[in-house]
Ligand binder design. Structure first.
Ligand SMILES: *[C@@H]1O[C@H](CO)[C@@H](O)[C@H](O)[C@H]1NC(C)=O
Ligand SMILES: *[C@@H]1O[C@H](CO)[C@@H](O)[C@H](O)[C@H]1NC(C)=O
Ligand SMILES: *[C@@H]1O[C@H](CO)[C@@H](O)[C@H](O)[C@H]1NC(C)=O
Length: 398
């Protein structure tokens, strides 16, 4: 009976049609329920991501108030620059990130409980050591800008990992208030423009995971030096003067659900003119930093909720005189998916401890444990070498 039923239904075009219809119906229901019910991480980051979306959808770039500011670059705390020195590094290029202490629970001092600190160590491991992802040119340094509240214990761990730790003083402005105090610190990222010994620096947010080497990003046409525009309508008398040339290349904010590689034609960006500040390549310049600081000192010139991202989106607005340029759409994606990973995106802008797409968790976590294991082994080899008096750091071969 079963046999003949099977044969009949398999042979009947009507039932085949019907079962195909059923499959499509079930698939549609599954896709929709995943879309509507997938839980997002319940954290500050959830809030930030939601806000990024909202701003990307509504940002009126170019909105600003009528305020005056001193045209000198002033650190609101110390009153002057404290330029950054890295005399031992000889490279045209650098990778850099920013770490502050305020993203963590102030009562919990265990570094292994600080996901941003772990994320910074993972970046260091991926850029400097892991054979699949490290720089092809071993002379490219990885620089971690740290604020005062990053304790020495964490700094020395990062140095042991091979990173260059650069302490910087805060940059803040009183009018910039955010829902989360931690976000205020991000303006201190503007100190990155003090790394003037480098031709170009590739900045990565701490919550970034590489899938391959990043050296070629410095060859992306978007990172070329550009002449600053001279449109008078875009020049504001209360802002510091612009440099004659600049380089600032980034990626647009992407929608949480997008195709790989994302394109504007596919509607994968809420607003292709709105950049995400988690990944960019720039030319360090005190003139540019001076300009940024002048903006920071003008209340309401940009939306303060995501301070540094909106400052960049104002300073490098497309209709301004220093428009940002877009890197290839394969370098970095916010809200990455398995499809992006399989498609070959070079960096995933995602939190290894709280991915929006749960499917990525095993991949992201595997890097965390590889990093831990590698350094445990490397530390012990270095200890032994030191004990024998033959201390020498080295780059492990494949
Ligand atoms: C800015 O404010 C000043 C002083 O209140 C006023 O004279 C000037 O016209 C204003 N400028 C603009 C563009 O609104
Ligand atoms: C690596 O970078 C250094 C410093 O920028 C440069 O002198 C050297 O030529 C580079 N090596 C290769 C293989 O590209
Ligand atoms: C870029 O600007 C700097 C500073 O004004 C100047 O020294 C340099 O020659 C300029 N470079 C080019 C390629 O225009």
């Amino acid at each position: 009976m079963a046999m003949s039923f099977y044969q009949t239904s398999a042979g009947s075009p009507v039932s085949m049609h019907r079962s195909r219809f059923l499959y499509i119906l079930i698939a549609t229901i599954v896709v929709f329920s995943v879309f509507f019910y997938s839980p997002l991480p319940d954290s500050v980051d959830h809030h930030r991501d939601a806000l990024v979306q909202q701003l990307a959808n509504t940002a009126k770039l170019g909105d600003f108030g009528n305020h005056t500011t001193p045209d000198k670059p002033v650190d609101s705390k110390s009153g002057h620059y404290v330029p950054t020195g890295l005399d031992d590094v000889k490279s045209q290029y650098a990778f850099a990130t920013f770490l502050s202490g305020s993203s963590t629970d102030p009562n919990d001092h265990d570094p292994s409980h600080d996901p941003y600190f772990q994320a910074t160590r993972i970046l260091s491991y991926q850029l400097l050591h892991a054979p699949e992802t490290r720089s092809k040119n071993a002379s490219i340094p990885f620089i971690v800008l740290v604020t005062k509240d990053v304790p020495e214990e964490k700094r020395s761990r990062l140095r042991k990992d091979g990173a260059h730790v650069v302490p910087v003083t805060y940059l803040t402005a009183d009018w910039i208030t955010t829902d989360y105090p931690a976000w205020r610190d991000v303006l201190t990222k503007l100190r990155l423009w003090e790394l003037t010994q480098f031709e170009r620096v590739c900045f990565l947010d701490g919550d970034t995971i590489l899938t391959g080497p990043l050296d070629d990003v410095f060859d992306d046409p978007a990172v070329h030096l550009h002449h600053t525009g001279t449109d008078n309508k875009a020049i504001k008398s209360d802002e510091a003067p612009l440099p004659r040339n600049y380089s600032f290349a980034g990626v647009p904010e992407s929608k949480p659900i997008h195709k790989y590689p994302p394109t504007d034609e596919n509607h994968d960006y809420p607003n292709i003119n709105y950049l995400n500040s988690g990944f960019f390549v720039y030319k360090p310049s005190l003139d540019v930093e001076n300009y940024y600081i002048s903006l920071m000192n003008i209340p309401d010139r940009f939306n303060p909720e995501l301070p540094e991202q909106n400052l960049f989106n104002y300073a490098h607005r497309r209709e301004g005189n220093m428009p940002w340029t877009q890197l290839a759409n394969t370098w970095n994606i916010h809200y990455p998916s398995i499809e992006d990973l399989n498609g070959g995106v070079r960096t995933l802008h995602e939190k290894w401890w709280a991915p929006v797409n749960e499917g990525l968790r095993p991949y992201l976590e595997s890097w965390r444990w590889r990093m831990e294991g590698f350094h445990e082994a490397r530390d012990s080899v270095l200890e032994q070498q030191k004990a024998k008096g033959g201390f020498r750091d080295f780059r492990w071969s494949d």
